[in-house]
Design a protein around this ligand. Structure first.
Ligand code: HEM
Length: 179
């Protein structure tokens, strides 16, 4: 997992819960990196999982909710870092349907070692999109947060339903309807 995902996560934890919480979740985790991350580095996903689990235990907030809020913050990082990529799009449905064949393709050119999910478009109309998310990391709620912000970016809203295809969340159907 890319370092930017860790640095932005710990920044948000500090913002919302304070520096003591950052220190606490780092010391409660067994981290090869010892909790020192640079935005261009690459670290094990298991480190992110431990940080999330410990934050969840300490705050009583479910991991899925933490990922949702974190993704909503991460979208603004993407807006600032990759304005050119986002300005290619004029419509949220078009943008989301292009994650697999365009957006994440460009991401892989920048970070060849990025660990990205698969998004298969099952059906698409002007105002609706059904996509299958697949990833061993089961970060579907991170996807949900990015999708919410994608609609907001285009001054739109949507109703998004998740249906787990696999109980462990490694395969999830997203049913997206523009309001
Ligand atoms: C992960 C970039 C848009 C869904 C990531 C990662 C990067 C990235 C750098 C982390 C990879 C790693 O740590 O190895 C971008 C950029 C985007 C974009 C630059 C737009 C400009 C989106 C959108 C979605 C999305 C709109 C909506 C669903 C995900 C998910 C992950 C991810 C779910 C977590 C990894 C996983 O589930 O396996 N993306 N992304 N991305 N991205 Fe994107």
């Amino acid at each position: 997992m890319k370092g930017i995902v860790f640095t932005e996560f710990l920044d948000l934890v500090e913002d919302k819960f304070g520096l003591e919480m950052v220190d606490k979740i780092i010391s409660q985790s067994a981290l090869e990196s010892e909790g020192v991350y640079t935005s261009v580095g690459t670290y094990k996903f298991s480190e992110m999982l431990q940080l999330l689990q410990n934050l969840s235990t300490n705050t009583g907030i479910e991991i899925d909710n933490l990922l949702l809020v974190y993704a909503e913050h991460f979208f603004s990082v993407l807006e600032d870092s990759y304005p050119g990529l986002l300005s290619t799009y004029k419509d949220p449905i078009e943008m989301l349907a292009s994650i697999e064949n365009h957006i994440h393709v460009e991401v892989r050119k920048i970070y060849p070692d990025a660990e990205l999910p698969t998004f298969l478009v099952e059906s698409k109309t002007e105002n609706s999109l059904v996509m299958i998310y697949k990833s061993s990391r089961a970060m579907h709620h991170f996807g949900l947060g990015l999708m919410n912000k994608t609609f907001e970016h285009f001054n739109a809203t949507a109703t998004i339903t998740l249906e787990k295809i696999k109980e462990d969340g490694t395969e999830v159907k997203f049913i997206i309807t523009k309001n």
